[in-house]
Design a protein around this ligand. Structure first.
Ligand SMILES: NC(=O)c1ccc[n+]([C@@H]2O[C@H](COP(=O)([O-])OP(=O)(O)OC[C@H]3O[C@@H](n4cnc5c(N)ncnc54)[C@H](OP(=O)(O)O)[C@@H]3O)[C@@H](O)[C@H]2O)c1
Length: 252
């Protein structure tokens, strides 16, 4: 059985770093990079000899492609990184029903489904890393669906880390604050957007892999995210939400 790692959102900032790191690990023979962008996937294949690319839209039929491939190949899945995610900042009431459903599919249903698909092919020592966010620490007005979806993924991950203890499979919820990737818009109406405490994707990935190897159910990279985790626990949620809105209002 081939020892495989599966990474979704492989064409994005954090996903690409995961591919770089995991493709050099001794205990992984093949990395399956999942994404939609054919050009970026082809580039990943050229750059890493042990990367196999899978073109799939995980919010729209892509899960069947992945499921069929796993059943056909019967791999030993050593690692699953549920990294693909989408974000929308703005009024909830301006979102369309299709948009909300599609967000929930990519951020919640797809990682849940992929865990269920992969678990029968995972063994003692296998690891799951789910990329949540520090926005899971409290509700975020104007980022409402995103922060709710990330709270879902964080709570699911921590519960599963407990449930899968007997099988010695770990599940880690990765909760960064702002990360320097293409997901973040850089300006609004000509005004530069500031992201306090922004960290690099390298830092997020290094810490996530380290924490997951220790079996931790949470990985919170960078001082700002760690501080914010404690702050949002000890401060009334209504105050944290007001402060959040005050900080982002000029960018809405
Ligand atoms: N950047 C931040 O500040 C930040 C902070 C906390 C958590 N996160 C989380 O980190 C993860 C990675 O984000 P990133 O910052 O690296 O952003 P990114 O550069 O925008 O990458 C997002 C990735 O998700 C993929 N994706 C989106 N919808 C998909 C779909 N329907 N099917 C398949 N793939 C899909 C994208 O592929 P395409 O190229 O095909 O669109 C891309 O590879 C996300 O879950 C995000 O929520 C990010």
């Amino acid at each position: 059985m081939t020892r495989v790692a599966i990474v979704t959102g492989a064409t994005g900032g954090i996903g690409e770093k995961f591919i770089q790191r995991i493709s050099t690990m001794d205990d992984i023979e093949e990395v399956w990079a999942i994404g939609r962008n054919r050009e970026k996937l082809d580039r990943l294949k050229e750059e890493h000899s042990n990367v196999r690319v899978i073109e799939a839209d995980i919010g729209n039929g892509g899960m069947k492609v992945i499921n069929d491939l796993i059943r056909e190949e019967d791999p030993d899945i050593r690692m699953l990184v549920n990294n693909a995610g989408v974000a929308y900042m703005g009024d909830f009431s301006k979102m369309t029903c299709d948009q909300v459903v599609s967000f929930c599919k990519v951020n919640c249903s797809a990682p849940s489904e992929l865990m269920l698909i992969c678990l029968p092919f995972m063994h003692e020592g296998s690891r799951i890393l789910n990329i949540s966010s520090a926005s899971s620490f409290q509700p975020n007005p104007y980022l409402s669906v995103y922060s709710a979806s990330k709270a879902y993924l964080k709570n699911l991950s921590r519960a599963l880390n407990h449930e899968l203890r007997e099988r010695k499979i770990t599940v880690t919820s990765v909760c960064p604050y702002w990360v320097d990737t293409g997901m973040l818009p850089r300006e609004k109406d000509g005004k530069k957007i500031n992201y306090p405490g922004m960290v690099s994707a390298d830092l997020v990935v290094d810490k996530a892999l380290k924490d997951s190897s220790k079996g931790k159910d949470m990985s919170v990279p960078g001082f700002f995210a760690q501080y914010f985790r404690i702050y949002s626990k000890i401060t009334p949620t209504s105050i944290v939400m007001r402060q959040w809105v005050a900080g982002i209002r000029k960018y809405l």
